[in-house]
Design a protein around this ligand. Sequence first.
Ligand code: SF4
Length: 361
Amino acid sequence: MHRRELDAIAEQVARRERISAKQGLLLLQHERLTPLGAMADLVRRDKHPDGVVTYIVDRNVNYTNVCNAFCSFCAFYRPPHHEEGYVQPIEVLEQKIRETYELGGKQILLQGGHNPELKIEYYEQLFQRLKRSFPDLWLHALSPPEIVHIRNASRLTLSETIHRLREAGLDSVPGGGAEILVDRVRRQLARNKCSADEWLEVMEQVHALGLRSTATMMFGHVETLAERIEHLQRLRGLQDRSGGFTAFICWTYQSKHTELGGEEVTSAEYLRTLAVSRIFLDNFDNLQASWVTQGPKMGAASLAFGVNDMGSTMIEENVVSAAGTVHSMNEPQIVTAIRDAGFTPRRRDMTYAQRTDPVSA
Ligand code: SF4
């Protein structure tokens, strides 16, 4: 029924022309999986003609699981005063970083809940101490909702908050907490978290200070397909203005042990959304696989749907695993998966600069 319009979009993509939100929605609603993959692969090959697929050796570290945001999709947090709530002692965090260094990694992705007890001074002291102990550590830390929470808890402006965090050692900001950047969805999932405008405002200010960040999307819960496209459009708009996003990562909602519950979307739905994201986000250089939620086989399959990065070796992960999804891949397994899919594996850093060949090839 929509064949002619879909064919016209494919020709447009082949001519390297930007597609509209309406066209993105049409692809998501009506195009078959195989042509979607072919279009996304074309975009990927344009941006990465060398056939290299990158990955990073790093570790997700959670400094606290205490949170007063109460997101209905989250199985990780504990409310304030809960007996299982924790704030990790700094010695424990340092030990985790030491282990990461032993495996060749120099970055940690440091995130936590919105702990009402932790004000800006906690983060300043933590970052400064970690940088003293590990001078070349790359702190990929916090997320826009955490930064807004720190601002509110510390009674600062957003600009003061970001400046002070950067001065203390923040190197880049993960794009977590975006879920879907549409307030109708956010009110249903995470009513105590920052709005879509605030999420984007944090990233705009982060980019203006010269820090890079990633962008994410968690989908397959209460959003419509049009809202997925609206999310992508807002990211594309900010990237046009700032150019500060290094990569886009999307994953599907993981439902186990969550208050929201419900069904999880299929792997085909993941690949469709991934491919449309690759086609739509023409100003993003890198698209990351989410094998942590989709499993190693789907992670490898996603390399045919626009992905050029296998993400992190994820020495530690606590958030997705709390929702019942436990997948792991070490560096040799990631390298093998990339090679088996016909690509050349390369380690990278957070800025996507390629480093040496894989040590464990
Ligand atoms: S997703 Fe983050 S902000 Fe929301 S409840 Fe979980 S830890 Fe808190």
